[in-house]
Design a binder for this molecule. Sequence first.
Ligand SMILES: CC(C)(COP(=O)(O)OP(=O)(O)OC[C@H]1O[C@@H](n2cnc3c(N)ncnc32)[C@H](O)[C@@H]1OP(=O)(O)O)[C@@H](O)C(=O)NCCC(=O)NCCS
Length: 153
Amino acid sequence: MRVLLRTPSRDHRRAIVALARDPFIAQWTGPPGPNADLRALLLWDCRLPRVPVLAGFVHLDTVQVEGGFSGAFDIAIASPFRRRGLGLAAVRAAEQALVSAHDLKEMVLGVHVDNEPARALYRRAGYLEVQTIRAPDGREARLVRKRLTTSSQ
Ligand SMILES: CC(C)(COP(=O)(O)OP(=O)(O)OC[C@H]1O[C@@H](n2cnc3c(N)ncnc32)[C@H](O)[C@@H]1OP(=O)(O)O)[C@@H](O)C(=O)NCCC(=O)NCCS
């Protein structure tokens, strides 16, 4: 199985709009930033000559920080595909896509304190919780950060 991040087709865009309304996803993800780059997260079984399946979506973004830009992303996995390692694969694919498009040294994300699945995912992916912040919706969140080195990507 391979996970691919692709610019969504028109059909995928429609499916992503529906997926973003899933209450479990909607409670943790806000509207994307004005410059966010939407990607379809496709699951492709290389052994079978089948069309890749839409398993989720990712918004790729950058945020301005002191001394430059950091990468940021928002991931959502459709319920039938959760707990199969796709979230982790999506984090890695998002990091690679951002690093190949921009000269980035780190990733910086916000995650709601009560979003235990996402906090656990980011811990697994090597992110450190560095600060308590207010999310744009006013709820408490943690800022998580990962410095990128060749070996961590
Ligand atoms: C967070 C989310 C992307 C995780 O996707 P996923 O495909 O289920 O994640 P994975 O299967 O790759 O899990 C990787 C690790 O994350 C942790 N994790 C994932 N889901 C978890 C859960 N429900 N409870 C506890 N830990 C969890 C585990 O450590 C897991 O490793 P393990 O399965 O070996 O124990 C998914 O739950 C989701 O789409 N949530 C709604 C949207 C969202 O919250 N996005 C993040 C916004 S900041």
